[in-house]
Write a protein that binds this ligand. Sequence first.
Ligand SMILES: Cc1cc2nc3c(=O)[nH]c(=O)nc-3n(C[C@H](O)[C@H](O)[C@H](O)COP(=O)(O)O)c2cc1C
Length: 225
Amino acid sequence: MTAAARVPWVVGVSGASGTPYAAAVLRGLLAAALPVDLVVSRAARLTLLDETGIAWHDDAESLRAFLAVRLDADAELDTATEFDAGQHAVLDDVRFWSAADLAAGPSSGSYQTRGMVVVPASTAAVAGIAIGLSKDLLQRAADVTLKERRPLVVVPREMPLTAATLRHLVSLAEAGAAVLPASPAFYSKPKNMQQLVDFVAGKILDALGVAHDLFTRWDGRLGSG
Ligand SMILES: Cc1cc2nc3c(=O)[nH]c(=O)nc-3n(C[C@H](O)[C@H](O)[C@H](O)COP(=O)(O)O)c2cc1C
């Protein structure tokens, strides 16, 4: 009997601000016992270093530090709380691909994936995916996701937006991608910075069809909660 095929979500982290969003999405996917193929762009190494202090290498040690990233009420980095020890086993189900590796699995449509999320998405990544540039593995994997008609979720983080970026976002939506700007809401009454992050991460997981309890859902009653 053959073993069941491993079919991962591809998570692409590009060089926009917002690496805590990616950490929260990764936690959500791993908590749901879903395998992940992770691609961190060259520029994302800079934002990761700047925002989390992590000198990223495509390895388990970097990932463990990344999964511990949370923000307290003052937006201070709080890595005191380790990723739930009970979930450490699922770390084995994260596969790292170098962004420079255009021969990597997710570069081909014949490599099976559930789809892909680009979080956060730089305007450069948005542009590259919109025009099919495939300048690195992150962009190529996103292009493959579109051509194979698999779910692609793109989470842009920039403001203000140029007309060019707005056009690229329309192109992505027309190509079938879900565009989810990293814009937290306040109706869930966030009490700290992490709850703002988790709102966006929860909306991303909703778009991927992954169950989570990252925020309190609107219940139709103004002023409740
Ligand atoms: C600290 C830092 C923060 C950045 N923040 C953003 C951002 O919020 N949005 C964005 O579109 N680009 C941002 N950039 C610029 C991108 O990193 C740059 O356009 C890069 O070429 C993106 O490459 P990538 O899409 O391959 O990751 C930032 C760069 C640095 C160094």
